[in-house]
Design a protein around this ligand. Structure first.
Ligand code: PLP
Length: 561
């Protein structure tokens, strides 16, 4: 979280704001001045919202606002979730606002204030910190229920049971370290879009060609989502309607395959996905599936074997992509193999889409006829799916999604996809993607240093597989003891696993969520040490409790968005 202070004023508070900027700079505090810039009349809510949102989303540690009376600024700032803006007329009020109320935005009225009192109030504010006393923690906790981030309505009265469960889940996410590689924490903007009134709208069809009236605004969001997806990934065409990753894959299969056609894809037990041809899944039931895997020695994809299988079975479609593969996928090699046997290539980039968007993994788009993805993993969007394809396949693909597989699209989710695709195009997302990979590599190194075996010797992406065979611990038990220590992972088969998929010899660990919370290399070293300690002493419940307390403390310093 930034240590800077955001300041803002309207025309009535301009001179006082300038004085405050000087006070802060004299103290060596970084100042983020959002304006205004003079005595020209402006609207105070614009500045209040700007300062408050920088505090709310962590860009600034605190805020200071000034208008003529301070009243308008406090009313406006307090509308922003997570902001506790306090209008203070004396140094004592400012000190108490910090110590008792954990206020994070100081508001001053310019009228009647003199430079000395302004200086004293700001100094009292800066020199005070939240007391942390139980009664104040309890009272501040009652000001803002975590759920108000999402709805801010009377939801608790409408459905107390559901409200309680959602609130408990929000608290669980905040209080634990989530290292499930396929999960993430979306932004407030994505959550708001996902919960918006577009859920009320039927919009069968596509923008401009709907079966229902009243689609003007849902057309806007779907068009935005499509164009943002194409631009972000450099694709000819995007279909943003699939409800999930599985239906995205199904749409591609149905657009180019007939039942009984052959697919060559990675086996689930070596890191693939159910929809890549597992026999309990629609993909394995409808199509003839030939599976490739990893080399026993290197534990990386055996491209020679993929080539050999392709030549032998002449698949119509080759599927690349995985849900538990820690190494970079070599799309040129898949393309060369597909070309050699005249197969189409589909890359399921569900796990790595955010890394691709942020430039931390090579893009499959130039190499493949189709690219499918979920939008909720590293891409950090709503729980959903999407397909990108070359222009010549666009019409068939769209017809497979609707009316082939789905009825009305989830327009609220498509709105959230539009938001996440815009976020993923920002420079900050590039930095995020790079940090996800750096964090995974540091974590894998720390685990290896502690004597744990990392499948394939490390990671190139956001996840790693830990082989627990030498510890005589199953993945099932390992994930259970880590859960007790406040660290959430999932059991996962490792290649050539001797144990059943229910028990497994491995766990999968990922860094997307912790990286979203702002954790970097030092935190990875810390968490890696805890994971290794807990796994090496799975019966030590006192250790699990001690790690849980430390994990909780760490989590408190890195709020979920
Ligand atoms: N493809 C891959 C590689 C995945 O990892 C997943 C989900 O884990 C999917 C597809 C399916 O996504 P969904 O759960 O949204 O159907």
């Amino acid at each position: 979280m930034s240590a800077s202070i955001a300041i803002g004023s309207d025309h009535g508070g301009f001179e006082v704001k300038q004085q405050i900027a000087g006070i802060l700079r004299e103290r060596g505090i970084a100042v983020d001045d959002v304006g205004c810039t003079g005595r020209e009349p402006v609207d105070y809510p614009d500045y209040a919202r700007e300062v408050a949102s920088r505090v709310s989303d962590g860009r600034c540690a605190q805020g200071i606002l000034v208008c003529t009376t301070g009243i308008g600024m406090s009313i406006a700032a307090n509308k922003v979730p997570g902001v506790r803006a306090a209008l203070c007329g004396t140094p004592d009020m400012a000190a108490k606002a910090r110590t008792h109320n954990d206020a994070n935005v100081l508001v001053l009225g310019a009228v009647g204030s003199d430079p000395k009192s302004v200086g004293d109030i700001v100094a009292a504010w800066l020199d005070s910190a939240f007391s942390g006393e139980e009664r104040h923690v309890r009272r501040v906790g009652k000001i803002e229920d975590p759920l108000s981030r999402d709805c801010g309505t009377e939801f608790d009265k409408a459905d107390p049971e559901t409200f309680a469960a959602i609130r408990a889940e929000i608290t669980r996410q905040q209080n634990t370290l989530n290292m499930i590689a396929s999960e993430n924490h979306v932004s407030a903007a994505v959550r708001i879009a996902q919960g918006c009134s577009m859920t009320n709208k039927y919009a069968e069809g596509y923008p401009g060609k709907r079966w229902y009236s009243g689609c003007d605004y849902v057309d806007v969001v779907e068009t935005l989502a499509i164009s943002r997806a194409c631009e972000l990934f450099g694709a000819d065409h995007a279909n943003v309607q699939p409800h999930c990753g599985s239906s995205a894959n199904m749409a591609v299969y149905f657009s180019v395959l007939q039942p009984g056609d052959t697919i060559l894809a990675m086996s689930l037990s070596h890191g693939g996905h159910l929809t890549h041809g597992h026999d309990v899944n629609f993909s394995g039931r409808l199509f003839k599936v030939v599976s490739y895997g990893v080399n026993r020695e290197t534990e990386t994809i055996d491209y020679d074997e993929v080539f050999r299988l392709a030549r032998e079975h002449r698949p119509k479609l080759i599927v690349a992509g995985a849900s538990a593969y820690p190494r970079a996928l070599e799309f040129e090699k898949f393309r060369a193999i597909a070309d050699e046997v005249s197969a189409l290539l589909m890359v399921d980039m569900a796990h790595i889409a955010g890394l691709v968007a942020g430039g931390a993994h090579a893009s499959p788009v130039p190499y493949s006829e189709f690219v499918t993805t979920t939008t909720h993993k590293t891409l950090r969007g709503p729980r959903s799916g999407m397909v990108l394809c070359r222009g010549q396949y666009a019409r068939d693909l769209d017809r497979q999604v609707f009316p082939g597989l789905q009825g009305g699209p989830l327009m609220h989710t498509i709105a959230a996809k539009a938001v996440c695709l815009r976020e993923a195009a920002q420079p900050a997302f590039k930095a995020y993607a790079a940090q996800v990979v750096r964090n995974a590599q540091v974590l894998a190194g720390r685990l290896a240093e502690s004597g744990l075996r990392i499948v394939s010797g490390g990671t190139d992406n956001h996840l790693m597989l830990v082989d627990l065979s030498a510890l005589d611990l199953t993945g099932k038990d390992a994930s259970a003891v880590l859960d007790k220590a406040g660290i959430i992972v999932n059991k996962n088969s490792i290649p050539f696993d001797a144990k059943s998929p229910f028990l497994t010899s491995g766990i999968r660990i990922g860094t997307p969520s912790l990286t979203t919370r702002g954790m970097k290399e030092p935190e990875m070293l810390l968490v890696g040490g805890w994971i290794a300690d807990v796994l090496r002493a799975p019966a030590d419940t006192a250790l699990q409790e001690a790690v849980r307390a430390r994990a909780l403390e760490l989590a408190a310093g890195f709020p979920v968005p």
